[in-house]
Write a protein that binds this ligand. Structure first.
Ligand SMILES: [Zn+2]
Length: 399
């Protein structure tokens, strides 16, 4: 494992020590303070021989996403078996692979980022972590905090998927349900953290959730035989995974593990009920504006202004991808389509990307033979209440 060289601000490129816990950049001249990215000394790791160690050395605790420990901080992991999720070939689309993140502990991709962030919190000796969440990050933080013996303080919208509430309570987290959206939850954490002694583990306000999420980038490339696909479809709420995968691609190229220049188009997908990044992309803006009255049953996409919006938009444009929105009706239709024809019960967020894929095939942006990776970021079973409502299904006892 490499030691961390320094943390680098995504905006002003200041270099900050990782010896003590850090949140966002302390050197940016104007707000918002930039997110910090972890930078390593990779000099010992260069070349494909080092890459092959990843696969041959993946034993014991170093399974799952920790097979990439050679590009993660040198610490003892708090792990529940996250990562190395299935890459399923579509039965109908010759070029499409579905990355099944529902196979993670807590049933979603959030396990990766929070495994890494809680690992580092334990390493630093932090005792109280706080997070605003649209739902799944809350469940994942609660689980990993329980595994690490650390307090979790969670703020979620009152109407989160019921599973997120039940699991967070079951894991013993301090849960507050808020009348509002994740942005309102974030304000509460911001206002109270100093007084309460909480460490804020919000999306892109600490450096390590990106490090966990970047393993999706390494993993999808390794699972495709160390080759890039033509496009990666990613449901974009906070966008950490998209940012993390792009960082992984940069690192893999620096390491010589993949050739430079063939990166996939990054397709950021949102719901038309909350599409700040898609709107900014369409209007040519470099940042998003707060989306008013956000409403979609894809709960994870109800992020009215992601903290990392500028970084997400940069990546989408640099990759020659697109940011786009699909409607809740299209999302529901795609859930049923994939359930009935592929045997896969997608989360609403996952179905936003399968719906977007259909659209980009139909309009000729992609060919059926193009290799694409579609991220199902969570198990459909975590959303039974939301999806049942969208399907107009009621519990038989309630009729
Ligand atoms: Zn800065």
């Amino acid at each position: 494992m490499p030691s961390i060289a320094y943390l680098e601000c995504a905006r002003c490129h200041a270099q900050i020590s990782a010896e003590t816990p850090q949140t966002v950049c302390t050197q940016c001249a104007t707000p918002p303070a930039g997110s910090l990215f972890v930078r390593y000394d990779f000099s010992r790791l260069k070349g494909s021989a080092a890459r092959d160690v990843v696969a041959s050395d993946s034993v014991g605790p170093w399974t799952g996403m920790w097979r990439y420990r050679s590009v993660l901080p040198e610490v003892a992991p708090v792990t529940l078996g996250e990562g190395w999720t299935p890459m399923l070939k579509s039965k109908r689309h010759p070029g499409a692979f579905l990355k099944e993140e529902g196979a993670n502990p807590t049933g979603t991709f959030k396990a990766r980022g929070l495994a890494m962030a809680v690992t580092m919190a334990k390493h630093y000796g932090l005792r109280k972590l706080a997070v605003p969440s649209a739902g799944n990050a809350a469940g994942a933080l609660a689980a990993y905090a329980a595994a690490a013996g650390i307090e979790a303080h969670i703020f979620m919208p009152r109407d989160v998927p019921f599973a997120n509430y039940v699991e967070a309570v079951a894991y013993g987290a301090c849960v507050e349900l808020v009348n509002g959206l994740i942005s309102d939850c974030a304000r509460i954490v911001q206002d109270r953290k100093e007084q309460e002694g909480w460490f804020d583990i919000s999306t892109l306000k600490e450096p390590f959730r990106v490090e966990g999420k970047k393993t999706m980038g390494y993993e999808l490339v390794e699972q495709l035989g160390w080759e890039y696909p033509d496009a990666v479809f990613y449901p974009t709420g906070g966008g950490v995974g998209l940012i993390g995968m792009w960082k992984a691609f940069e690192e893999m190229e620096e390491l010589g593990w993949v050739p430079k220049g063939g990166r996939p188009k990054m397709i950021a997908v949102q719901s038309s009920g909350c599409a700040p990044v898609a709107r900014a992309y369409e209007t040519g803006a470099t940042v998003s504006t707060m989306w008013q009255n956000a409403a979609t049953f894809a709960a994870g996409l109800r992020v009215p202004k992601p903290y990392g919006d500028a970084i997400i938009l940069d990546i989408v444009r640099a990759s020659e991808g697109v940011a786009m929105a699909v409607s809740d009706e299209e999302i529901l239709a795609s859930i049923l389509d994939w359930a009935r024809n592929e045997g896969i019960f997608l989360s609403p967020e996952g179905a936003s990307v399968t719906a977007a894929y259909d659209k980009l095939l139909a309009n000729g942006y992609l060919k059926p033979s193009d290799r694409v990776v579609l991220f199902n970021t969570g198990a459909g079973l975590k959303y039974t209440d939301m999806t049942a409502e969208a399907m107009k299904l009621k519990r038989p006892s309630a009729q």
